[in-house]
Design a protein around this ligand. Sequence first.
Ligand SMILES: Cc1ncc(COP(=O)(O)O)c(C=O)c1O
Length: 463
Amino acid sequence: MKIKKFLLSESDIPKQWYNIAADLPSPMQPPMGPDGNPIKPEMLSPVFPDNLIEQEMSRERWIDIPPEVRELLAIWRPTPLIRASRLEAHLKTPARIYYKDESVSPAGSHKPNSAVPQAWYNKKFGIKKLTTETGAGQWGSALAFATSLLGLECKVFMVRISFDQKPFRKTLMQVWGAKCIASPSSETRTGREILKKMPDTPGSLGIAISEAIEEAVSDKTGKTRYTLGSVLNHVLLHQTIIGLEAKKQLTLAGEKKPDVVIGCAGGGSNFAGISFPFVCDKIHGGKIEIYPVESTTCPKMTRGPFAYDHGDTARMTPLLPMYTLGHTFIPPPIHAGGLRYHGMAPLVSQCIVEGLITPRSYDQLKCYDAALVWARTEGTVCAPETSHAIACVIDEANKAKKEGKEKVILFNYSGHGLLDLAGYEKYMAGHLKEIRLSDSELCESLEVIKDFPKVKKARTGKW
Ligand SMILES: Cc1ncc(COP(=O)(O)O)c(C=O)c1O
């Protein structure tokens, strides 16, 4: 019998996270304050606990995972590496396709990999309550799960369109004891102002982030902090556990290295999680093609500029160097809610600038098509976000077939879609359409950043 799953034991859960900031060939541009000067760590203190700010700023290559955090991660980790042999046979490709199955976590995605350590570090710092935003509901439910493990209070601002499309995600958060409200809400000044101007807005991650930060910093007791489910360095750091495990598992499968690594990218933590340990190999001479995949409806990496921009609509976050569509951009209401974010993580953005990774974008129809092929071959129903990676995997497997090459393709199966069936239903009924954004729409949304400080594009020219 051919081996399908490559499994590790609990003692194989990595003991350290990998910090790519230590290996980037060109320096990262610093986050900027409103005065146009680089921000100081203490300026982030009202929003994040000091121990996570330290991780955010760290340039150490390896950061220890506390034993208590490893014990909590062991609830579902290590996750399996699975060979997509039935998809390979269906496509008649010589490529060997492997996927890391992050859908086995309690919340059903990669998000608990960072939710658990973030909740743990906050608790260690004496924090009692966490606030956050969520798009598709995956991050909100992951944080609800993590705070329930650690006995913290949790309040989640869920983007309106997902709140309506995915009511069971809200229920899941409530099951774990969190409070979940639709954003924009009337509970914050930001939310009230936006609702006054746009009462029917589907919302955006940028708006929900502003609300969650406002709620955290306005707690006079000082015992509330904000958590972010992607974008920031420490979130990407926590997710590298995926790629580190995958490396060991590929060796178990008899593979020397992957030729192609793929992950869908909303704010970038999922993609960074699977790919950064391999980007490190590429920096040190490895020959690997690495693709972050976004939605054509929110095409910051493929059509946006690399520029300084805020991470949220109300401009509460520092200016971050990133590929962006402008902080007020409201993406069309696609079902892949986790990909509806206007900016890309600074670390992922710097890898694009350096030429180490090559972004791709896919339309939702092609992605649902890929999701059905996947369900009817490998058997599982993927999250709409994950379908973007699968569409790219299928293209790469077909390319390998055309070229007659035995490539090894690795991708992250970032989440299951069992609470996203409404999107599948609409697709199968023919109610979804291709959404095209015009150049003038994108240009208009970039107006808001035109007076911000200009960012330097630092690259060695090696890739
Ligand atoms: C299943 C799934 N995959 C991928 C993503 C994108 O995540 P990231 O922001 O880490 O890029 C999300 C975001 O919510 C998600 O829910």
